[in-house]
Design a protein around this ligand. Structure first.
Ligand code: ADP
Ligand code: MG
Length: 245
């Protein structure tokens, strides 16, 4: 168990019909910790992320964020979504809004900031992720790597307690992967609590405090990157690593 847990999943179970996609998941993520989640396709990684910001309901168990059980609905749920920043594989920006509006909107609507404060903060964040000069463009006018960095800025704009990344570089052309990983590395160094689903093992080795390996809806291993990569305990993990490394 983490010393100062920000997120705790206890005995979490989730089904899609007959399919038991999350099986007795116990996971604790400490404040400032970076947990990389890896595992074969279909093992439940995305569902785990979606359960944490309640895009998916769970059938049993509890998920606690910063000492509070996840709210079911209403304003509290909107606040939870703002506290849990999420970055998806497909950037999911609002196509008909400029980059600056994409990053500003939620701050005004959900966090209740003035338009002026929101714009100021948005510009600072766009600067931080290296796309300040793109502020007045529309998403389609940006490269994939730039769009994903805008998506990260948009999530950060809400002042989240934790950031979830679900394969943030999987849809990117190879030359753009590093610019996104670099922004994530910087965030990790600044102490952001992060859960990152990725196949980028270089990132896992260098930025993660822990690697969680999932297979068939279960957490099979939960160890330091060093331990995991040099001596995976399970056949499933050994098999997985032999295919991707
Ligand atoms: P991963 O992200 O590790 O590839 P997912 O969490 O996306 O895995 O999916 C886990 C399992 O749940 C897969 O078998 C997938 O087909 C199934 N699944 C995911 N979403 C749904 C859904 N909305 N309805 C039914 N089955 C789903
Ligand atoms: Mg997935």
């Amino acid at each position: 168990m983490a010393v100062d847990p920000l997120i705790e999943l206890r005995d979490v179970n989730k089904y899609f019909g007959e399919l038991h996609v999350l099986q007795d998941i116990n996971l604790s993520v400490g404040r400032g910790e970076v947990v990389v989640v890896i595992g074969p396709s279909g093992s439940g990684k995305s569902t785990l992320c979606r359960a944490i910001n309640r895009l998916e309901a769970i059938q049993s168990g509890t998920i606690v964020l910063d000492g509070q059980p996840l709210p079911e609905e209403g304003k509290a749920l909107a606040r939870l979504r703002a506290d849990v920043g999420m970055v998806f594989q497909s950037f999911n920006l609002f196509a008909h809004k400029t980059v600056l509006e994409n990053v500003s909107l939620g701050q005004v609507k959900v966090r209740g900031r003035s338009r002026e404060d929101a714009v100021k903060r948005s510009r600072e964040l766009l600067e931080r992720v290296g796309v300040a000069d793109q502020a007045s463009k529309y998403p389609a006018q940006l490269s994939g790597g730039q769009q994903q960095r805008v998506a990260i800025a948009r999530a950060l704009a809400m002042s989240p307690k934790v950031m979830l990344f679900d394969e943030p570089t999987s849809a990117l052309d190879p030359e753009m992967i590093n610019e996104v990983l670099e922004v994530m590395r910087q965030l990790a160094n600044e102490g952001m609590t992060m859960i990152v689903v990725t196949h980028e093992m270089g990132f896992a080795r260098s930025a993660a405090n822990r690697v969680v390996f999932m297979a068939d809806g279960r957490i099979v291993e939960d160890r330091t990157p060093d331990e995991f990569f040099t001596d995976p305990h399970s056949d499933r993990a050994r098999d997985f690593l032999s295919k991707i490394l």
